[in-house]
Design a protein. Structure first.
Length: 230
Protein backbone atom coordinates (compact mmCIF):
# COMPACT_ATOMS: atom_id res chain seq x y z
CA UNK A 1 0.00 0.00 0.00
CA UNK A 2 1.18 3.55 -0.68
CA UNK A 3 2.43 5.48 2.34
CA UNK A 4 -0.14 8.28 1.93
CA UNK A 5 -2.97 5.73 1.74
CA UNK A 6 -1.63 3.90 4.80
CA UNK A 7 -1.64 7.16 6.79
CA UNK A 8 -4.99 8.42 5.59
CA UNK A 9 -6.57 5.06 6.47
CA UNK A 10 -5.82 5.89 10.11
CA UNK A 11 -8.96 7.56 11.55
CA UNK A 12 -7.10 10.53 12.97
CA UNK A 13 -5.60 11.86 9.72
CA UNK A 14 -7.26 13.36 6.69
CA UNK A 15 -5.49 13.80 3.36
CA UNK A 16 -4.37 17.31 4.19
CA UNK A 17 -2.81 16.12 7.48
CA UNK A 18 -1.04 13.34 5.61
CA UNK A 19 0.51 15.76 3.12
CA UNK A 20 1.77 17.93 5.97
CA UNK A 21 3.12 15.03 8.01
CA UNK A 22 5.06 13.76 5.04
CA UNK A 23 6.34 17.18 3.96
CA UNK A 24 7.54 17.97 7.49
CA UNK A 25 9.62 14.77 7.64
CA UNK A 26 7.84 13.38 10.70
CA UNK A 27 7.17 9.96 9.18
CA UNK A 28 9.78 7.22 9.20
CA UNK A 29 9.60 3.92 7.35
CA UNK A 30 12.01 1.25 8.53
CA UNK A 31 13.92 3.85 10.52
CA UNK A 32 14.38 6.35 7.66
CA UNK A 33 12.51 9.62 7.23
CA UNK A 34 10.28 9.18 4.20
CA UNK A 35 8.55 12.10 2.47
CA UNK A 36 7.45 10.12 -0.58
CA UNK A 37 3.66 9.69 -0.64
CA UNK A 38 4.14 6.81 -3.11
CA UNK A 39 6.58 4.89 -0.90
CA UNK A 40 5.46 1.32 -0.39
CA UNK A 41 4.28 0.18 3.02
CA UNK A 42 4.24 -3.58 3.45
CA UNK A 43 3.09 -5.73 6.37
CA UNK A 44 6.81 -6.07 7.10
CA UNK A 45 7.41 -2.29 7.24
CA UNK A 46 7.84 -0.43 10.50
CA UNK A 47 6.09 2.94 10.29
CA UNK A 48 6.64 5.65 12.88
CA UNK A 49 5.33 9.15 13.40
CA UNK A 50 7.62 11.15 15.66
CA UNK A 51 8.05 8.76 18.59
CA UNK A 52 4.85 6.76 18.00
CA UNK A 53 4.87 3.41 16.28
CA UNK A 54 2.00 3.29 13.80
CA UNK A 55 2.83 -0.20 12.59
CA UNK A 56 5.50 -2.40 14.17
CA UNK A 57 5.98 -4.51 11.04
CA UNK A 58 5.74 -8.24 10.94
CA UNK A 59 8.97 -10.22 10.74
CA UNK A 60 9.60 -11.49 7.22
CA UNK A 61 10.66 -15.15 7.36
CA UNK A 62 12.64 -17.13 4.81
CA UNK A 63 13.77 -20.75 5.05
CA UNK A 64 15.45 -23.43 3.00
CA UNK A 65 14.33 -26.99 3.60
CA UNK A 66 15.95 -30.20 2.46
CA UNK A 67 12.73 -31.82 1.31
CA UNK A 68 12.78 -35.55 1.87
CA UNK A 69 11.04 -38.06 -0.37
CA UNK A 70 7.43 -38.89 0.48
CA UNK A 71 6.48 -35.48 1.86
CA UNK A 72 4.09 -33.36 -0.12
CA UNK A 73 4.94 -29.81 -1.24
CA UNK A 74 1.80 -28.21 0.14
CA UNK A 75 0.74 -26.48 3.29
CA UNK A 76 -2.13 -28.95 3.94
CA UNK A 77 -2.91 -32.41 2.66
CA UNK A 78 -5.56 -34.98 3.66
CA UNK A 79 -3.23 -38.03 3.42
CA UNK A 80 0.43 -37.13 3.37
CA UNK A 81 2.73 -35.27 5.69
CA UNK A 82 3.42 -31.83 4.30
CA UNK A 83 6.66 -29.90 4.25
CA UNK A 84 5.16 -27.49 6.80
CA UNK A 85 4.85 -30.42 9.24
CA UNK A 86 8.65 -30.52 9.21
CA UNK A 87 9.02 -26.96 10.47
CA UNK A 88 9.15 -26.16 14.14
CA UNK A 89 7.95 -22.58 13.79
CA UNK A 90 5.12 -20.50 15.21
CA UNK A 91 2.36 -19.18 12.94
CA UNK A 92 3.14 -21.77 10.28
CA UNK A 93 -0.15 -21.02 8.55
CA UNK A 94 1.41 -17.70 7.44
CA UNK A 95 4.11 -19.52 5.47
CA UNK A 96 3.91 -20.67 1.87
CA UNK A 97 6.18 -22.39 -0.62
CA UNK A 98 8.22 -20.58 -3.26
CA UNK A 99 7.97 -23.38 -5.81
CA UNK A 100 7.17 -27.06 -5.41
CA UNK A 101 8.70 -30.48 -5.78
CA UNK A 102 6.91 -33.74 -6.52
CA UNK A 103 6.21 -36.21 -3.72
CA UNK A 104 9.07 -38.43 -4.89
CA UNK A 105 11.54 -35.58 -5.51
CA UNK A 106 13.96 -34.41 -2.83
CA UNK A 107 16.09 -31.33 -2.41
CA UNK A 108 15.92 -27.59 -2.08
CA UNK A 109 12.60 -26.03 -1.20
CA UNK A 110 12.17 -22.37 -0.26
CA UNK A 111 9.52 -21.35 2.27
CA UNK A 112 8.53 -17.84 3.29
CA UNK A 113 5.76 -15.52 4.45
CA UNK A 114 6.83 -12.86 1.92
CA UNK A 115 4.61 -13.06 -1.13
CA UNK A 116 6.56 -10.51 -3.16
CA UNK A 117 9.77 -12.44 -2.64
CA UNK A 118 8.24 -15.80 -3.56
CA UNK A 119 6.76 -14.27 -6.71
CA UNK A 120 10.25 -13.16 -7.71
CA UNK A 121 11.54 -16.68 -7.06
CA UNK A 122 8.89 -18.31 -9.20
CA UNK A 123 8.27 -15.62 -11.86
CA UNK A 124 8.69 -17.25 -15.28
CA UNK A 125 10.15 -13.99 -16.67
CA UNK A 126 12.87 -14.18 -13.99
CA UNK A 127 14.34 -17.23 -15.76
CA UNK A 128 16.15 -18.29 -12.62
CA UNK A 129 18.11 -21.49 -13.15
CA UNK A 130 16.98 -24.53 -11.20
CA UNK A 131 19.52 -27.31 -11.07
CA UNK A 132 18.54 -30.96 -10.61
CA UNK A 133 20.45 -34.18 -10.20
CA UNK A 134 18.63 -36.81 -12.21
CA UNK A 135 18.90 -40.58 -12.11
CA UNK A 136 17.27 -42.59 -14.86
CA UNK A 137 16.23 -46.19 -15.39
CA UNK A 138 17.95 -46.48 -18.80
CA UNK A 139 21.28 -45.07 -19.97
CA UNK A 140 20.86 -41.44 -21.01
CA UNK A 141 20.86 -40.92 -24.76
CA UNK A 142 23.42 -38.18 -25.60
CA UNK A 143 20.85 -36.87 -28.12
CA UNK A 144 18.99 -35.51 -25.09
CA UNK A 145 21.61 -32.76 -24.77
CA UNK A 146 20.74 -31.16 -28.09
CA UNK A 147 16.99 -31.78 -27.85
CA UNK A 148 16.77 -30.28 -24.35
CA UNK A 149 18.89 -27.31 -25.50
CA UNK A 150 16.56 -26.70 -28.44
CA UNK A 151 13.40 -27.05 -26.33
CA UNK A 152 10.80 -29.80 -26.31
CA UNK A 153 7.20 -29.43 -27.40
CA UNK A 154 4.74 -30.00 -24.54
CA UNK A 155 1.44 -30.78 -26.18
CA UNK A 156 -0.72 -30.27 -23.10
CA UNK A 157 0.45 -26.68 -22.59
CA UNK A 158 1.07 -26.18 -26.33
CA UNK A 159 4.50 -24.70 -25.75
CA UNK A 160 8.16 -25.21 -26.38
CA UNK A 161 10.23 -25.60 -23.23
CA UNK A 162 12.97 -23.05 -22.56
CA UNK A 163 16.46 -24.17 -23.56
CA UNK A 164 17.80 -26.44 -20.82
CA UNK A 165 21.34 -27.59 -20.13
CA UNK A 166 22.04 -31.26 -19.66
CA UNK A 167 25.36 -32.57 -18.43
CA UNK A 168 25.67 -36.35 -18.45
CA UNK A 169 27.67 -37.41 -15.39
CA UNK A 170 27.39 -41.19 -15.68
CA UNK A 171 25.39 -43.55 -17.93
CA UNK A 172 22.25 -43.11 -15.80
CA UNK A 173 23.02 -39.87 -14.02
CA UNK A 174 22.90 -36.24 -15.15
CA UNK A 175 22.71 -32.68 -14.01
CA UNK A 176 19.91 -30.70 -15.62
CA UNK A 177 19.46 -26.93 -15.48
CA UNK A 178 15.98 -25.63 -16.21
CA UNK A 179 14.91 -21.99 -16.50
CA UNK A 180 11.22 -22.60 -15.81
CA UNK A 181 9.11 -24.99 -13.78
CA UNK A 182 6.45 -26.87 -15.75
CA UNK A 183 4.39 -29.64 -14.23
CA UNK A 184 6.57 -32.79 -13.87
CA UNK A 185 8.95 -31.12 -16.29
CA UNK A 186 12.06 -33.23 -15.77
CA UNK A 187 10.12 -36.50 -15.87
CA UNK A 188 8.32 -35.45 -19.03
CA UNK A 189 11.54 -34.38 -20.74
CA UNK A 190 13.17 -37.75 -20.12
CA UNK A 191 9.83 -39.43 -20.85
CA UNK A 192 10.17 -38.08 -24.39
CA UNK A 193 13.13 -40.48 -24.69
CA UNK A 194 11.18 -43.33 -23.02
CA UNK A 195 13.53 -43.06 -20.09
CA UNK A 196 11.99 -43.10 -16.63
CA UNK A 197 13.35 -40.78 -13.94
CA UNK A 198 13.97 -42.93 -10.87
CA UNK A 199 15.68 -40.28 -8.74
CA UNK A 200 15.29 -36.51 -8.77
CA UNK A 201 16.91 -34.04 -6.41
CA UNK A 202 16.98 -30.23 -6.64
CA UNK A 203 20.39 -28.77 -5.86
CA UNK A 204 19.77 -25.06 -6.35
CA UNK A 205 17.36 -22.29 -7.29
CA UNK A 206 18.95 -19.17 -8.72
CA UNK A 207 22.00 -18.44 -6.58
CA UNK A 208 20.64 -20.34 -3.56
CA UNK A 209 22.21 -23.77 -3.16
CA UNK A 210 20.94 -26.45 -0.81
CA UNK A 211 23.12 -26.40 2.29
CA UNK A 212 24.96 -29.72 2.37
CA UNK A 213 24.82 -29.76 6.15
CA UNK A 214 21.04 -30.17 6.06
CA UNK A 215 19.91 -33.79 6.20
CA UNK A 216 16.59 -34.67 4.53
CA UNK A 217 13.83 -33.09 6.61
CA UNK A 218 16.08 -30.42 8.14
CA UNK A 219 15.82 -26.71 7.45
CA UNK A 220 17.42 -23.41 8.33
CA UNK A 221 16.72 -19.70 7.98
CA UNK A 222 18.16 -18.09 4.87
CA UNK A 223 21.00 -15.64 5.34
CA UNK A 224 20.57 -11.98 4.35
CA UNK A 225 22.78 -12.62 1.31
CA UNK A 226 20.59 -15.55 0.22
CA UNK A 227 17.41 -13.52 0.64
CA UNK A 228 18.94 -10.77 -1.49
CA UNK A 229 19.48 -13.25 -4.36
CA UNK A 230 15.85 -12.69 -5.41
N1 LIG B 1 10.48 -31.84 -12.49
C1 LIG B 1 9.78 -32.93 -12.09
O1 LIG B 1 9.44 -33.78 -12.89
N2 LIG B 1 9.50 -33.03 -10.78
C2 LIG B 1 9.89 -32.14 -9.85
O2 LIG B 1 9.62 -32.31 -8.66
C3 LIG B 1 10.62 -31.01 -10.29
C4 LIG B 1 10.89 -30.88 -11.62
Amino acid sequence: MRLDRFLSNLPRFNRQDVRQLLASGRVRVDGQVNRDSHAEVRVFSRVELDDQVLQAGKAARYFMLHKPLGVVSATEHPEHRTVLDLLDETDKHELHLAGRLDLNTSGLLLITNDGQWSRRVTAPQGKQPKVYRVETEQPIDPACIEVFAQGLYFRFEDLLTQPAELQILAPRQARLTLYEGRYHQVKRMFGHFQNKVVGLHRLSMGAITLDERLCPGQYRALTAAEIACF
